[in-house]
Design a protein around this ligand. Sequence first.
Ligand code: SAH
Ligand code: SF4
Ligand code: F3S
Length: 487
Amino acid sequence: MATEKQYKDSFMEKIEKTEKAEKYGERTEVEYFASAVAEINAAKYGAERPGFYIQTLGCQQNEADSERIAGLAVMMGYKAAGDPSEAKLIIVNTCAVREHAEIKALSLIGEYKHLKDKDPEIIIGVGGCMVTQKHRSDKLKNSYPYVNFVFDTGAVHRVPELVFNAVCGKKREFIHSDKFEITESIPTYRKAPHTAWLSVMYGCNNFCSYCIVPYVRGRERSRLPEDVISEAKELISSGAKEITLLGQNVNSYGKDISNGISFAALLRKICALDGDFRLKFMTSHPKDASDELISAIAEEEKIAKHLHLPVQSGSDRILSLMNRRYDSEKYLKIIDKLKKACPDVSITSDIIVGFPGETEEDFKATLDIIKEVRYDALFSFIFSPREGTPAARMENFVPKEVSTERFSKLLELSNAISLERNKRFVGRTLKVLAEGVSKNDSNMLTGRSDSPRPIHFKGDNSVIGEFVNVRVTEAETFSMNGETVKR
Ligand code: SAH
Ligand code: SF4
Ligand code: F3S
């Protein structure tokens, strides 16, 4: 067998030749570099494939990206490792939405240094929203010399090239393409075949004044309906029972492409596909939540009876400062229509507490809207100033003690409402997708119905990945308990 050095040299030669001749021959760039790394790995490790580990922070969009990075890692001849200490390739997929997410990413990267101290062959790459900000990428370049490469959210498809360069000992790379294009046909590697993310669009045009997402994910780009539908078909035929369509603002799906269809029309087309599956989606922006969307939720059996409709604040003054482009009246009208069309619907929301200038009165308006809507679940966050966003430059920051106190009040209220909402299911039999063994009790399974709250029940492991009928016996604040029944 050729030595590793000979191998590398011959591969470098091959690459140079192909670059000069024809751009990567018949293969795509992605495949070219992935197979180069796979060949190097095979020469180096033989049949025992090296491990990869991806640490994902942030939202479902990042989860979906990590599945694509994992797909590329498998193409490169790596196998999934259960723990970073068993991996030769470690990728941290970062989030920037709040300061806490960035601190967490930096501390994780710091931990991986210790692994690399012991095994210098480990390759560490950092991607995602945090490093799409130039100042963060520069920080990693200057203060984290053991990080081999950094890639922005538009450069996921370049991971094989980056790993190839790292394996060949080339210099560190920091990709700032600023090109947020859609790269189709990257394979995905999913841990569980029965639940799947499906991105329908990328980016955001809304520029809510507090939010970093438009800066790190670029403008809205919708995937073509035929691409989304064919991916949905593939997912269903490979065993997906729950598909969650993803986008920062799915309600503006299709507006940026010629002959585009609306999001509601896309939902209906996917529902028309054969198979027993459930369709979920997020996130909907209230300014674009249409009657057509409400009808689709109410009428289509396969769509989960759940809408995540982030309100952020109940105060019209704060909503305007946030640049949300709706007021509480418009928001409540949507909720009213939705409840009328679909009385059993679960509604969830995101709330920001302590936005600059938020007064006690503004905060009270938020509590009022929560009481009025009665959310099944609330995701609340204390405002975190993000460099480069308008809100970070606003005056009248709310003191930390005040926002922390408001945050606890809000939690107390929303937990009480959650418990009350979950109670409506007690005694009812729900169609539950058994997701896996319960994290808290290995004798129990955990699954989900249309409602976002998990349900714990006793059942045989063989039903994992299947729909089962579960009668809810008990409601708690964050979950429910139940028992399987035959129907
Ligand atoms: N596109 C989605 C979600 C984006 S981020 C939407 O528009 O709803 C998820 C949530 O994080 C937001 O809904 C918001 O509540 C919260 N968030 C975003 N930026 C924040 C910031 N700077 N400080 C605190 N919370 C923030
Ligand atoms: Fe951020 Fe607003 Fe876009 Fe959501 S809609 S990602 S909150 S800018
Ligand atoms: Fe975070 Fe990026 Fe999602 S900032 S919330 S991972 S889009």
